[in-house]
Design a protein around this ligand. Structure first.
Ligand code: NAD
Ligand code: TYD
Length: 341
């Protein structure tokens, strides 16, 4: 069995590669990644010499490159993690989001049709459902919730989801889609909430909380997401969407305070800054379908997962120091200069 993992040099894709190589000893895993700012080859250094693993630097928007690797490797399954993934960047520059997230998905699926696969799995997000009010804790996103996106990022992911489901209906491509809540864990790029706060706190820098900090996200430890995708590609029904989340809603401000507590820092580091444009208020997944149909349930409790994650950033300073000294510094200065005055 050969599995293509696109975007495998990023946060969730790399965790998925480690999970799959550990779990399925007879599988061949081919990582396809163009190594954008968010992709890091150093993340994959522990598996580079594994004979069951191959890394190929190809963009999913490069049709010829994608066709060539399909001809060489004949994948049984393609799991598409490759994407531009950061909401704030999509607000600054939407076009690359449409290119990668929509056209890239189309090019991959066209190759799947041409060469034949058993499954094309699209890794999507709960952000396609828009947001929920803060004062209605009884409301959750189900697979039947209408798509109603807020940011160029979520609009590009929703477009890709529709295209994936259209390829199933029109061409009979055996697809599946997972829509997961916010992930956290090792190897997350420092532009996202949890690693940004951990690293800034360690460096004694201000912790920029958008708006009032009351926005709610539904957090899932990355390995639990990887387990869900593994289950779906093996046992999930073709043409089906599965929501993935662990009923773990937290306000941003509470996460930031918890991180400060774990690191023994002072809450005076918190700085409330200008809000994100179109900022989604609350995400909350109802995972009943994947739980009933496939027996999935999250295994890592938030308190334990957050401690493990903070410890990982403490133990892997070289990994993130290399990142924050490069292009990221320019991004950070540009995005936060206005906010932090
Ligand atoms: P990430 O930004 O950490 O990694 C994305 C990876 O994709 C990088 O390695 C990058 O180099 C690669 N990539 C980007 N453009 C590419 C292209 N044209 N061709 C090949 N590779 C390309 O993202 P992540 O947080 O690991 O998210 C992975 C997927 O999961 C995304 O599709 C995202 O929408 C989805 N998702 C993320 C979360 C989350 O909380 N992070 C939650 C739900 C769903
Ligand atoms: P993020 O990690 O960017 O994920 P997403 O927007 O996809 O949910 O942000 C999580 C939440 O944290 C979101 O409500 C925005 C907020 N946030 C801050 O308050 N400050 C920050 O510096 C960042 C990056 C995010």
């Amino acid at each position: 069995m050969t599995v293509f993992v696109t975007g495998g040099a990023g946060f969730i894709g790399s965790n998925f590669i480690f999970y799959m190589l550990h779990k399925h000893h007879d599988y061949r895993i081919v990582c396809i990644d163009s190594l954008t700012y968010a992709g890091n080859l150093s993340t994959l250094s522990s598996v580079m010499d594994d004979p069951a693993f191959r890394f190929a630097r190809i963009s999913i928007t490069d049709k010829e490159g994608i066709d060539k690797i399909f001809e060489e490797e004949h994948p049984d399954t393609v799991v598409n993690f490759a994407a531009e993934s950061h909401v704030d960047r999509s607000i600054e520059n939407p076009s690359i989001f449409l290119e990668t997230n929509i056209i890239g998905t189309q090019i991959l699926m066209d190759a799947c049709r041409k060469y034949g696969v058993k499954r094309f799995h699209q890794v999507s997000t709960d952000e396609v459902y828009g947001d929920l009010p803060l004062d209605r804790p009884d409301l959750f996103f189900t697979e039947k919730t209408p798509l109603k996106t807020s940011s160029p990022y979520s609009a590009s992911k929703a477009s890709a989801d529709l295209l994936v489901l259209a390829y199933h209906r029109t061409y009979g491509l055996p697809v599946s889609v997972s829509r997961c809540s916010n992930n956290y864990g090792p190897y997350q790029f420092p532009e996202k909430l949890i690693p940004l706060m951990v690293i800034n706190a360690l460096n004694g820098k201000p912790l920029p909380v958008y708006g009032s900090g009351e926005n709610v996200r539904d957090w899932l430890y990355v390995e639990d997401h990887c387990k869900a995708v593994d289950l779906i590609i093996h046992n999930g029904e073709a043409g089906t969407v599965y929501n993935v989340g662990g009923h773990n809603e937290m306000r941003n401000i509470d996460i930031v305070k918890t991180i400060i507590g774990i690191l023994g820092k002072d809450e005076s580091l918190i700085k409330f800054v200008e809000d994100r444009k179109g900022h989604d208020r609350r995400y909350a997944i109802d995972p009943a379908k994947i739980s009933t149909d496939l027996g999935w349930k999250p295994e890592t409790a938030f308190a334990e997962g957050l401690k493990k994650t903070v410890q990982w950033y403490l133990d892997n300073q070289i990994w993130w120091e290399e990142i924050i000294s490069g292009e990221y510094r320019e991004y950070y200065d540009k995005m936060y200069a206005k906010r932090l005055v």
